[in-house]
Design a protein around this ligand. Structure first.
Ligand SMILES: Cc1ncc(COP(=O)(O)O)c(C=O)c1O
Length: 396
């Protein structure tokens, strides 16, 4: 039999989805499973976006331009400019989700065996994108004790080698909910300038910021226009995960020229979804006000309830809709599987994502889980009761 590639063998499985078979078994037994494992919001997609595709009058569902519809890119640029980001439509290429934008960013900036420094824990699929791109992830540790703030710049500098090409951050972060301050972004800007690196910022959760804090984008730092690459997506902003639309943004013409060649190779982003995404830009501010109030309420509920459980440690997220919780267990992977396979409380259980898969350093985060607070408050409260009862009886 022909053999699959080593790359195929080394692709990591998703810590978010790997327990799905166990949740299916639990559901088949009639157990209700609360999904805290995946960032699939239950928030409604804006009507303007759905209406735009409902009665669409098309005779041919054509390819679009490889960079995406120009009308969409222009409208997106106006959206960013309204937020104070100096982004023109030529600085934007529409992609099939933020996921493809991340792959393009790696493809444009790194060769096989080049290194990318990423504060960990990080969005687990960065491991997958790096493996697919033949790039080595070099993690720099951030800690739950200080809320997963930016590690000291000296820690980054120690890791820089001739192979280092980029630093990748997620702001605000999935999985920690940490929001980098303006000062921290400036510190990163200094280091990428000094060592001539790219600074790739995954800003797909930009709109989800709580407590009056303000998001500061890498596109707003003077002097790193040639270093900065921003990744964006409609998936979370408009609860349009299934649209599969994102974008890569940079002022660096060489980067955008290379990204365009990757974009041409895959022909074009999805046509229907671009129509919906373009229309979504007209979503009224009241939609976001309501959504952010809802997420803030969920965050507060979740953190309050988690703090009631003995032995659980959690850093309060400042943005996005995730948190990392440290549990009084040795192996959260085993605990998460046991929750689905063996445990139930009044016919219900919870599915969480073991956090080890959000680290690339081996044997780190073994007693941590990632929770997505994408459920209604009453379900978050029930989920925390289930976790509390489970921890009372669970044996490592
Ligand atoms: C941090 C982060 N970046 C990128 C993505 C990919 O998003 P998309 O659905 O746009 O591919 C996700 C999805 O969960 C994410 O959490």
């Amino acid at each position: 039999m022909p053999k699959i590639s080593n790359k195929g063998k080394s692709m990591p499985e998703s810590p978010i989805r790997k327990l799905v078979p166990f949740s299916e078994i639990a559901k088949n037994k009639g157990i209700k499973v609360y999904h805290l494992n995946i960032g699939q919001p239950d928030i409604k997609t804006p009507e303007v976006a759905l209406n735009a595709i409902k009665n669409i009058d098309l005779e041919v569902l054509e390819y679009s331009h490889s960079a995406g519809f120009e009308s969409y890119r222009r409208k997106l640029s106006a959206y960013y400019q309204k937020q104070g980001l100096p982004i023109n439509f030529e600085d934007i290429i529409i992609t099939t989700g933020g996921s493809e934008a991340l792959l393009f960013a790696m493809g444009c900036t790194m060769d096989i065996d080049d290194e990318i420094i990423i504060p960990e824990p990080f969005y687990a699929n960065y491991n997958g994108f790096s493996t697919a791109s033949g790039v080595k992830v070099v993690p720099v540790m951030s800690g739950i004790e200080n809320g997963f703030a930016l590690p000291p710049i000296s820690a980054f500098e120690k890791l820089i080698t001739p192979k280092t090409k980029a630093i990748l951050i997620c702001n605000p972060s999935n999985p920690t909910g940490y929001l980098y301050s303006k000062d921290e972004i400036f510190q990163l800007a200094e280091i990428v300038k000094k060592h001539d690196l790219f600074l790739i910022a995954d800003e797909v959760y930009r709109e989800f910021i709580y407590d009056g804090d303000v998001h500061f984008s890498v596109m707003n730092v003077p002097g790193i226009e040639q270093n900065a690459i921003m990744i964006d997506s409609v998936s979370k902003r408009y609860s349009m995960c299934g649209a599969r639309i994102g974008c890569i943004v940079s002022k660096n013409k060489e980067v955008m020229g290379a990204a365009m060649k990757f974009a041409q190779a895959r022909l074009s982003p999805p046509t229907f979804a671009q129509i919906a995404s373009e229309a979504a830009i007209d979503t009224p501010q009241s939609y976001f006000d309501d959504v952010i109030t809802e997420y803030k309420g969920r965050r507060d509920t979740l953190i309050t309830e988690l703090n009631k459980i003995e032995g659980v440690m959690v850093a309060t997220p400042k943005g996005a809709f995730y948190c990392i919780a440290r549990l009084p267990v040795k192996n959260a992977d085993h605990f998460a599987q046991w929750l689905l396979e063996t445990f139930e409380y009044n016919g219900e259980t919870v599915m969480v994502a073991p956090a080890a898969g959000f680290y690339s350093t081996p044997n780190v985060g073994l007693n941590e889980i990632r929770i997505a607070y994408v459920l209604k408050k009453e379900n978050l409260i029930k989920s925390c009761v289930i976790l509390k009862e489970a921890l009372k009886v669970y044996k490592d």
